[in-house]
Ligand binder design. Sequence first.
Ligand code: FAD
Length: 512
Amino acid sequence: MAPFDAGRLLLFLFMPLFFAAVDPSVDASTQVCVIGAGIGGASFAYFLKQYSCSSVNSPCLSEIHLFERRSIVGGRTAIVTISGDTFEAGASILHPKNFHAVRFASLLGLRPKLKSSEFKPDSNASDSSASSSWFGIWDGSSFLFKTKPPPPASSSAIYRKICSFINAIIIFRRYGFSLLRMNRFVNKMLESFLLYYEGFESRPVFDTVEEMLKWSGLYGITRRTLKEELLDAGVSSLLLSELVTVITRINYGQDINISGLAGAVSLAGSDDGMWSVDGGNWQLAAGLINYSNVTLHLKEEVTSVSYAEGHNYVLSTKEGIQYHCGITVIATPLDELNITFTPPFSIPSRRLQHTFTTFVRGFLNPKYFGLNHVSEIPNLIGTVEVPEVPFSSISILKKYGKEDMVYKIFSRKIMQDRLLDEIFSLRIETVRIDWPAYPHFEAPEVFSPIILDGKHLYYINSFENAASTIETSAVASENVARLIISRLSDEHQNMANKKFNAADGDLFHLDL
Ligand SMILES: Cc1cc2nc3c(=O)[nH]c(=O)nc-3n(C[C@H](O)[C@H](O)[C@H](O)COP(=O)(O)OP(=O)(O)OC[C@H]3O[C@@H](n4cnc5c(N)ncnc54)[C@H](O)[C@@H]3O)c2cc1C
């Protein structure tokens, strides 16, 4: 017979009182409310369902309410439709070592599609790497650097491989061993990041982002700029001012003074083997929400969160409904939101980088680039940091014909019609999106707390100042799910111990 464990018995006796799911209109001490149905909120719901009730001591939090102000889920993973074809409008690429995303896709039966990064566009035409590595660096008046255009689609695989190899040599001739040093820096970051997939025995639960980053050895590079880190790593100023600048402008709309970790993540986005979910990355969030069997409140915008001592959080929506929740999790950046918190708390102010994403069907004007024919314009035009360049990048997403393509433009300011009419000879369709895209990364980074009020109000996106990606959202969400389970277990264990100490005579009697 197992030895008598009074604490555990009491835990069981009291569990229904503290952990039972409750109706929103009545008491709701253990209902979990999540604000935001992007990948952060969706993966949080998934992890919480996985970890709750997973062992004798872990609480059972089965009721999760997920609030989304829009009519669709996915947040910054979204698609746009141009002339009947869909394209990623927000987060478009995943790294092969984004292991949560890899696992989610497999669990949900989603098909991964090998994809070149923004930095290596034109994956659509199922071209070889030779085609996708045709890029040029534009400084507003001329191309500082260009790789060779791809061979015709009819050419042999060997010939295409040779062309790709020649391009690699051309790039190496310009930037030399600095490329290897840059790769070493990125790989070191990736190795540290992989620690977040370690098992629970060796991986602690973290109360703060700082602790989380210090544990993996990544905190230091959030304190310094990417430029400082790469110069110390021996990277040449030519590579910094051209290729590295091009990549940070494409992936985060910012220059090489962004903080080191965000910069390293951005550079990792130009690795080989990048992928996306066939049909759209938004399906990761949608699939996880379905899988986790949460109650989804679409078109319900949370406008206030109030906490009354000894009670619960009361979430009020713009639609005039109130929900009572024992635990509230914020899965969206608070920086540009108007949610009132009572009692109030303060978090470090953070500027979001707005990225304007403009999709154009038509074709570029070669004259704008000092060229004679559209076929001379590289598949990807990256740009350097000079004020007169009005966009960060232009890339081809799909080719319908020699003078009929879909392009994606990233810029820091809106692309007005007048400007687009200079850049394009023909525009059949234009779609513009203004994304409050990611933090404006600034070293040394300062992080908001994960536990905002010392109680049960949690903030997943405090991790976003380290780096903003689908995978980092999932990693941050997993930690918050574990943190909640761990804190509740501790609270209830303490409560059980108190009860036991106060009434051990009764308990003994009960056991008899
Ligand atoms: C243009 C662009 C390109 C990017 N490229 C990549 C990439 O290639 N790869 C990559 O990994 N990452 C990329 N990212 C970053 C990535 O998209 C984000 O880091 C990630 O999607 C953030 O997910 P999230 O769930 O934390 O936030 P979000 O996706 O922003 O989700 C938050 C959700 O909360 C909802 N919400 C907000 N306020 C309320 C409220 N009051 N009540 C109810 N609901 C509310 C919002 O509508 C939204 O749906 C890119 C981002 C942008 C904008």
